[in-house]
Design a protein around this ligand. Structure first.
Ligand code: SF4
Ligand code: SF4
Length: 127
C-alpha cells in the first residue's frame, strides 16, 4: 500500500510495521496502561510523538528494547495503532544496521540459562 509520509523515519516505520504514526493524537492511553513504564526512558506516546517529529534520537531510546510486546497499549489505542509493532520496527531499524543489543558469546554461564530465554533474547536483541 502506498502512503505518503511527511518524514523518512515515519515512512520507514510504516514500511516495516504497517503503522501510520500520524494517526496518533497523543491521548496517552497507551502509556497509561503500559506495565513497563517504570523501566522506560520515554513513554510509549512520547516515542510516537518523536517519530512524528522525525526526532532520530528515538532510535537511541531504551523504551523499544524494554517493551515486552504485551499488546496492552495496542488494545487501548482509540486510533487502532499497534504500538508494539512500532516498537518492533524501531528495534529492526537498529538490528538491520548490524548493531546487536547483546553479544550472546559474552554471556556468562550461558549453559545455565533456560533455552527459551536464549531463543527469545536472540530473536529480540540480535539481527
Ligand atoms: S493510545 Fe494511540 S492515540 Fe493515544 S497516545 Fe497512544 S498511540 Fe496515540
Ligand atoms: S506492548 Fe510494549 S509499549 Fe505496549 S503496553 Fe506492552 S510493554 Fe508497553
Amino acid at each position: 500500500m502506498e502512503v505518503e509520509m511527511p518524514n523518512e523515519l515515519a515512512e520507514k516505520i510504516f514500511m516495516i510495521s504497517g503503522q501510520n504514526v500520524y494517526a496518533c493524537y497523543q491521548c496517552g492511553k497507551c502509556s497509561a496502561g503500559c506495565p513497563f513504564t517504570d523501566y522506560m526512558d520515554l513513554l510509549p506516546n512520547v516515542v510516537i510523538h518523536k517519530i512524528q517529529l522525525r526526532d532520530e534520537r528515538v532510535l537511541e531510546a531504551k523504551t523499544p528494547w524494554i517493551c515486552a510486546a504485551c499488546f496492552t497499549c495496542s488494545t487501548r489505542c482509540p486510533r487502532n495503532l499497534d504500538i508494539s509493532k512500532i516498537m518492533e520496527a524501531l528495534r529492526q531499524i537498529t538490528l538491520r544496521k548490524g548493531i546487536d543489543r547483546i553479544k550472546l558469546k559474552k554471556l556468562e554461564k550461558i549453559e545455565e540459562l533456560p533455552t527459551i530465554a536464549l531463543v527469545a533474547a536472540s530473536r529480540k536483541l540480535t539481527g
